[in-house]
Design a protein around this ligand. Structure first.
Ligand code: C2O
Ligand code: CU
Ligand code: CU
Length: 463
């Protein structure tokens, strides 16, 4: 990875300064091929289990993948090269970007062929915790390691003493490090095929250092293909000292963390007050019923101050338009289990269609075949989506290119909040609303990768 932000900024400053004086000079400067990041996707043996290597796929040959940092309201430029032996694209999950940069094959761009490059350039209007991943061959490409954090820094940085990333990703590995089958049909038709080796930032049960007596921002990202986490800090900090400050990058009024469901693709930002002493462990748990399973811990280093830490900052809101619910048009979406196994004769492969949205299973996209959108929306209008999960499994339903507001649910009390992914429990009905203010075709799918691959996917069109 090449981090060239400083260079880029000084060039921009120079370009701005010369623009007034000399058009020719500024033109030559703007042609310079400089990017914030140079990113590759490549095959790379990685040591995930000790004393073994796994034939992983990795961004820039690294896991965790490079953390891409952008600034709110500024352009991010990534020069991407596909060094895999199959086609790919990169999607920037949660960013309300220009449709042409959304990284969806056939819908927004042609696949990036092996050996080819694609320049992603877009402005990030919202600050917060996002991520990036391919949007092709997702079971394999994400499952074998192509997932990474994308942090958009606030225009005015909130005053945290430290800022740490906790990225979840499980792997399906044999003892010798080779990959197990990444998807088993009987699990794809249920909750998804779970990994058997859990990592946080690529390590087994790591301890992540944070300063003592400090206010710390912890960014949790669920970058797994299938696993849903129920995040808790247990009793270790006390509720006054652990607040949820953002959900899926969108700031919320600080509220105490009890147990927070983190479905696939979802993120959670916490603000913590760390204990006053060095060497204290703060475990992070995944809660299943009454069982608290430690997934990693934070460990305090030397205290950063001698007095009590300042209050946990509140994040500034992102510039998301408020939907006008009184004028909004309503669309209904029912997510169902189909349980069909459709043999696709041409390739000889069995294509499974386990799930449907409004009775349609996503059959995949090709250059010659772009299915009809699930809804056609008018640019600038407000919309209400009534969602009904008529299945016995949870589904994190994600919409590209837009941020929507969750208004209500028949399963829980909702304080309306903005997000890019709503986790629908089994049989849940929920209402969301948004302003259709970003034109283009936007994917709309469950983020359990096997669910999207076996039917639970579609797109909407805004024009
Ligand atoms: Cu992380 Cu189609 O999305
Ligand atoms: Cu997305
Ligand atoms: Cu699902």
């Amino acid at each position: 990875m090449k981090r060239r932000r400083f260079l880029q900024h000084s060039l921009q400053a120079a370009a701005a300064a010369t623009l007034a004086m000399s058009p020719q000079l500024s033109l030559s400067l703007s042609r310079r091929p400089d990017y914030d990041y140079i990113l590759t996707a490549e095959e790379k043996p990685l040591s995930i289990l000790p004393n073994t290597t796994s034939p992983a796929l990795a961004f820039n040959g690294e896991f965790p993948a490079p953390v891409i940092r952008a600034r709110q309201g500024e352009k991010l430029r990534v020069h991407f090269t596909n060094k895999l032996s199959q086609e790919t694209t990169i999607h920037w999950h949660g960013i309300r970007l220009d449709n042409a940069m959304d990284g969806v094959p056939y819908l927004t761009q042609l696949p990036v062929k092996p050996g080819a490059s694609f320049d992603y350039e877009f402005v990030c209007p919202d600050a917060g915790t996002f991520w990036y991943h391919p949007h092709m061959h997702s079971v394999e490409q994400l499952g074998k390691g192509l997932v990474g954090a994308l942090i958009v820094e606030e225009k005015n940085k909130p005053a945290f003493d430290a800022d740490v990333i906790v990225g979840f990703k499980d792997w399906r590995l044999n003892k010798d490090g080779s990959f197990k089958t990444l998807s088993e049909p009987r699990h794809a038709a249920r909750a998804g095929t779970l990994g058997n080796v859990a990592t946080v930032n690529g390590e087994l049960l790591p301890e992540i250092e944070v300063p003592a007596n400090a206010t710390v921002r912890v960014r949790l990202l669920n970058m797994d293909n299938s696993r849903q986490f129920a995040i808790s800090l247990g009793e270790h900090l006390g509720q006054d000292n652990a607040s949820i400050i953002a959900i899926d990058a969108m700031p919320v009024p600080n509220k105490a963390l009890d147990i927070h469901q983190l479905g696939v693709g979802m993120r959670l930002d916490l603000g913590l007050h760390t204990p006053a002493d060095a060497g204290v462990e703060i475990p992070i748990y995944d809660v299943k019923g009454r069982f608290y399973q430690k997934v990693c811990s934070l460990r305090t280093t030397a205290p950063i101050r001698s007095t009590a830490p300042p209050a946990i900052p509140t994040l500034p809101p992102n510039p998301v338009s408020e939907p006008d619910v009184s004028k909004a048009e309503t669309h209904r979406f029912v997510f169902e289990w189909a349980g069909a196994m459709t043999p696709v004769s041409a390739s000889g492969h069995t294509h499974h269609e386990f799930w449907t949205i409004n009775r349609r299973a996503w059959a995949g996209m090709h250059s010659a075949n772009l299915p009809e959108p699930l809804a056609e929306l008018e640019l600038g209008k407000s919309y209400i989506f009534e969602l009904h999960n008529a299945t016995p499994h949870g589904h994190p339903i994600h919409l590209h290119g837009l941020i929507f507001k969750v208004l209500s649910s028949d399963k829980k009390n909702i304080t309306p909040f903005f997000t890019d992914t709503i986790l629908l429990e089994k049989n849940e009905r929920a209402t969301i609303a948004f302003v259709a203010d970003n034109p283009g075709g936007w994917m709309y799918h469950c983020h359990v990768i096997e669910h999207m691959k076996t039917g639970l996917m579609g797109y909407i069109r805004i024009s």
